[in-house]
Design a binder for this molecule. Structure first.
Ligand code: ADP
Length: 719
């Protein structure tokens, strides 16, 4: 008990000191920033102490927690260090309300703490033998956690592990890092530092926009992007969907395809349902036409213990320019709670059989909360891989296909993200830089091919789960599986975003791609990037620019976006006006005897008007990037008739880039070209598409012939 009071006393002192420092920022420099072994001990011990206490609260009481009958805020800051070296003495802990025993390791209480204080003191007064100081201590990195929302607890643990400095209620002066729970705009007027959200990411990852972005890539690179199920956007493509399904069934009466309907802005399985016939679509809700995506349902997923499951992988986009992507080596797998059967009219509504969402399955009587990472309804990805590996599955191949899926998906998102970025943070104006953790939901097919289900801009970072102990009374209990994975992801993201690290490594990350050989899955060889030795090696694996050579040829739409950006004109806008479009046509030398400036005007008006109809919520007038891509594809097809679409587009890009290169120096500096087209892989991949995506957006009125939906052994993702 005395240890407990000692701990609370220290915590109160720390909180008081933090408050004082917030009032007088000048005193910050005295806080040591070193990450030492002692910090690990502290965390481990804290974890055990805390786990031995029950935490309960009613649903509405925010971040306050009842601890042993007292209200104590943010005690979870002492939670355990997931994935860190836990120290000696194993303890068994019964977590109240769970009826479960948690195992944890702790150091001998008391002793560790005093050792730790001694070590820190020594450290502060360390001098060389000649009396000179060992080195200047770094100012601790400051993190504004006031908007962290549900990721707060995992963030607190991470900051504590790093010995950084948290500002839980914000700060008058700037922080190094702002951790937002929802969007880039959670805090307004940030003019420096780094924010953990990109502007526009939420919009980009809505189901319709993600489908559009991937579809554009499928048109150019059908083979490379066949990891995303065929999708149709509702209501605008309802007719097309009906026609294609009818054709499909007419061609093969034995085919019984199933489709999954997902509301555009839905999440956690809300509003999702399965259908077998387009007539069953619930397109209208009240008097409103529902925006949704209807998608080919993957009928043969890989099963474990007869259950369908999906994978949640965490991906860090560390920067857009240069593009830097990391993938967490550990993820979560979420299991259904009813044995899987292929869809039939009878079982279409069985959500516990078809949908893997935790938020749904947790309400099933069969849901198993487990404190082990390899059993229960939520497990670590590594435990699943281990199990598959033991059955002879080629794990490295699975991993490298997942890495490719992630890189290709991010490449599909980047063009629009760059438009949003320049609108919110125009070049030359003070503003923060951005990074973001994304949640990739991936399904493995029976043949082990990974399929992208969706990307979440705000993946849950909760490290506790709720239990209703009596009606309306909820108890929060630690979820070891979540903590194991999520704290590692947040902590290592912070380590990579450490301003000192970025200064040291930011530029060197450019162009260090390994040669164009296969993706190597090297679990043991982390890039340490000079990070503190006393912390575990990074759980985030750098994949881009590491694999630049394999994937850069896919960045074609980004080059179109670069041209688009150049002519946007007024800062802060995302739409190209008619004058900008004319200037672009003229400067890129795209008008000629067969395509006059008048034709360019007509093209602009026609395409812009149609896209305005498909984007009912758009407030800004003008031509958006998607509309511009359609215009670009059209111009490319006119000019280079004999080539494939991809070759047409790349050829037109070269024409435009060469013209713009030749422009006078007085123009705004040309954004640098990041890549060449001379890629051996692109040549290999020019085989005709077998993934027959609907590919019949409005864009196709201009540049594509309509293709019927064909069942195809290779391209069909459901085999
Ligand atoms: P939400 O954002 O509502 O979670 P998802 O796209 O992730 O929507 O879909 C919810 C669940 O439905 C997924 O976790 C997965 O189990 C299942 N699912 C989604 N799309 C497909 C698909 N194309 N084929 C098979 N199952 C799917």
């Amino acid at each position: 008990m005395s240890d407990y009071y000692e701990k609370v006393k220290i915590e109160l002192q720390q909180m008081k000191a933090a408050e004082e420092q917030q009032l007088s920022p000048a005193s910050e420099s005295s806080v040591p920033a070193d990450v030492s072994l002692t910090s690990r001990r502290d965390i481990s011990r804290g974890s055990v102490n805390e786990r031995s206490r029950s935490k309960s609260r009613s649903k509405a009481d925010g971040h306050e927690r009842q601890v042993n009958g007292r209200q104590v805020s943010d005690l979870t800051a002492h939670r355990s260090a997931a994935g860190m070296n836990r120290v000696s003495n194993e303890q068994n802990l019964q977590v109240k309300g769970t009826g479960k025993i948690f195992k944890a390791k702790s150091a001998a209480n008391g002793q560790v703490e005093s050792c730790q204080r001694q070590t820190e003191e020594k450290c502060e007064h360390r001098v060389n033998e000649d009396g000179s100081k060992v080195g200047k201590k770094r100012r601790p990195v400051t993190v504004d956690s006031s908007k962290a929302k549900t990721s707060l607890e995992a963030l607190k643990v991470s900051i504590r592990q790093l010995k950084w400095k948290e500002f839980p209620i914000g700060r008058r002066t700037a922080c190094d890092i702002y951790w937002h729970g929802v969007s880039f705009h959670d805090n307004e007027n940030i003019v420096s530092g780094q924010v953990n959200k990109f502007p526009g990411m939420i919009e980009m990852l809505r189901k319709i926009n993600l489908s559009r972005a991937v579809r554009t890539m499928q048109e150019l690179f059908p083979e490379e992007y066949n990891f995303y199920p065929r999708s149709w956007i509702l209501p605008e493509e309802y007719q097309l969907f009906s026609t294609q399904v009818r054709l499909l069934k007419d061609n093969d009466s034995a085919l019984k395809p199933t489709f999954i309907v997902k509301p555009d802005n839905g999440s956690q399985g809300d509003g999702i349902y399965l259908i077998r016939d387009p007539a069953d679509l619930r397109v209208i809700s009240g008097s409103q036409v529902k925006q949704a995506v209807v998608q080919e349902y993957i009928q043969k997923p890989l099963l474990i213990d007869k259950l369908k499951f999906d994978i949640r992988l965490y991906v860090l986009v560390r920067s857009l320019e240069p593009l830097e992507i990391y993938i967490a080596k550990e993820g979560l797998t979420r299991f259904c709670t009813e044995p899987y059967q292929e869809p039939s009219q009878k079982n279409l509504s069985h959500v516990f059989m078809h949908l893997t969402n935790y938020s749904l399955n947790v309400h099933s009587g069969n849901f198993v909360h487990s404190d082990s990472c390899s059993t229960g309804s939520k497990r670590t990805f590594s435990s699943v891989l281990y199990r598959l590996g033991s059955k002879g599955v080629d794990i490295k191949k699975v991993w490298s296909e997942i890495i490719a899926l992630v890189i290709k998906t991010v490449i599909a998102l980047v063009p629009e993200l760059k438009i949003h970025y320049q609108a919110d943070i125009p070049p030359g104006k003070p503003g923060p830089t951005c990074f973001q953790i994304l949640g990739f939901d991936i399904l493995l097919m029976k043949n082990l091919k990974p399929i992208l289900l969706e990307v979440n801009s705000n993946p849950s970072m909760r490290i506790e789960h709720e239990q209703e102990v009596s009606p309306g009374v909820f108890e929060y209990v630690p979820s070891l599986v979540d903590e194991e994975v999520k704290v590692g992801v947040i902590r290592d993201t912070l380590r990579l975003m450490d301003p000192a690290q970025r200064k040291q490594h930011g530029v060197t990350n450019l162009g260090v791609g390994s040669p164009a050989d296969a993706i190597v899955v090297d679990a043991g060889s982390d890039e340490k990037e000079g990070l503190a030795d006393s912390l575990p090696s990074l759980c985030l694996k750098p994949v881009f620019p590491k694999y630049t050579k394999q994937f850069n040829y896919l960045r074609v739409v980004e080059r179109i976006a670069t041209i688009f950006l150049r002519f946007l004109g007024v800062k802060g806008t995302m739409r190209l006006g008619p004058t900008g479009f004319r200037t672009l046509i003229r400067n890129c030398k795209l008008s000629n005897s067969s395509f006059s400036m008048a034709s360019a005007d007509i093209l602009y008006i026609d395409i812009t008007r149609r896209w305005a109809g498909t984007l009912p919520d758009s407030r800004e007038a003008g031509m958006g990037l998607q509309a511009f891509i359609e215009a670009f594809f059209y111009l490319a097809a006119r000019r280079f008739k004999a080539l494939s679409l991809r070759e047409q587009v790349v050829s037109l890009l070269e024409v435009c880039e060469a013209s713009l290169d030749g422009q006078s120096q007085s123009e705004k500096p040309r954004p640098h070209r990041l890549y060449t087209n001379a890629n051996p892989i692109s040549a290999q991949c020019s085989a005709p598409s077998t993934l027959d995506s609907p590919a019949l957006t409005r864009r196709h009125h201009y540049h594509r012939r309509q293709q019927p939906l064909q069942p195809s052994a290779k391209g069909n993702t459901d085999n």
